[in-house]
Write a protein that binds this ligand. Structure first.
Ligand code: SF4
Length: 322
């Protein structure tokens, strides 16, 4: 899935490069993928239908924008992760393939369009994420809330998971999102603290951790979730430290997946973590007390999110002895 630095912008935002900040970076070598990174090719009739509904509602998905390897499988089950507030991000993370730049104004009709698409897809569970909107006074929190309300109206039976930015320096933003009562609040730490400066330079590890902790403090009934990518040069003991930090923040659900390099200008893959190592991480994390852990090479924070949400609910009921 490695592509060359592209100018996908044709017809949408002129001929701007997708990652202007990465143009001057040297090309990094692309490691050959091991046999366990194999995915289903997209193209089934249900995949096409999912694509059509997204296009008709003029919606962006992180599945496409981030070049997710699971798109063939997920869209064949009508599982798509909506990416709201445009296709242009104000951050420039070294791992991410979403376009970087100054985004346009918010689309006031987007909440209704998302609600409509969720209803048409007949989803039991939906994941809504967004680009970072550091340019907005509330970081886009109000728009997230409007989208949650619109989905509740259009598809009352659908459970809602939000995967939000960190709302760094956006006082009161988290409260707005939590008050809109999503079922799952997800914010990814992405990597271990020692890799932040290089991989996630615009973010702060302890701020992200605190965001997750505050979400739980604001609404203890909310499920909280976070994820990291491995294969970015982290040490095993650092991953275990992240697990401990997340448990201290009372995070319920941890996802761990292999980092894949979107283009030669992105951070290189340090190594491919073996399926056995992922299993070992799952065992350690479970022993540390997470209600649910998903750890595999192709795990992404929204991969199998609907099934996982049902398991998460069951795990809480069991833990509470009901
Ligand atoms: S794993 Fe998530 S981002 Fe990837 S295709 Fe599936 S729903 Fe989309």
């Amino acid at each position: 899935m490695v592509t060359l630095l592209d100018t996908v912008s044709k017809g949408r935002a002129g001929d701007r490069p997708r990652h202007p900040e990465k143009l001057a970076r040297p090309d990094t070598p692309v490691l050959r993928k091991p046999p366990w990174i194999r995915v289903k090719a997209p193209g089934s009739p249900v995949y096409q239908e999912t694509r059509r509904i997204m296009r008709e509602n003029n919606l962006h998905t992180v599945c496409e924008e981030a070049g997710c390897p699971n798109i063939g499988e997920c869209w064949s089950k009508k599982h798509a992760t909506m990416m709201i507030m445009g296709d242009t991000c104000t951050r420039a993370c070294a791992f991410c393939n979403v376009r970087t730049g100054l985004p346009g104004p918010l689309d006031p009709d987007e909440p209704a369009k998302v609600g409509d698409a969720v209803a048409k897809l007949g989803l039991e569970h939906v994941v809504v994420t967004s680009v970072d909107r550091d340019d907005l006074a509330d970081g886009g929190a109000g728009h997230f809330a409007a989208v949650i309300h619109a989905i509740r109206q259009a598809a009352p039976g659908t459970t809602i998971e939000v995967l939000t930015p960190d709302f760094l320096r956006k006082e009161g933003a988290l409260e707005v999102v939590v008050e809109a009562r999503p079922d799952v609040f997800n914010h990814n730490l992405e990597t271990v603290p020692s890799r932040y400066l290089e991989i996630r330079p615009g973010a702060r590890y302890f701020h992200s951790l605190r965001l997750l902790q505050q979400a739980k403090e604001l609404d203890p009934t909310l499920f909280t979730k976070s994820g990291i990518m491995v294969g970015l040069g982290e040490e095993r003991n650092e991953v275990q430290q992240v697990m401990d930090d997340l448990r201290s923040a009372e995070v319920d659900f941890l996802t761990i997946g292999q980092y894949l390099q979107p283009t030669r200008k992105h951070a290189p893959v340090d190594r491919f973590v073996t399926p056995e190592e992922f299993d070992a991480y799952a065992r350690i994390a479970t022993a540390k007390g997470f209600l649910l852990v998903s750890s595999s090479p192709l795990t992404r924070s929204s991969y199998h999110a609907g099934d996982d949400f049902a398991r998460l609910r069951d795990a809480r009921e069991t833990a509470l002895g009901r």
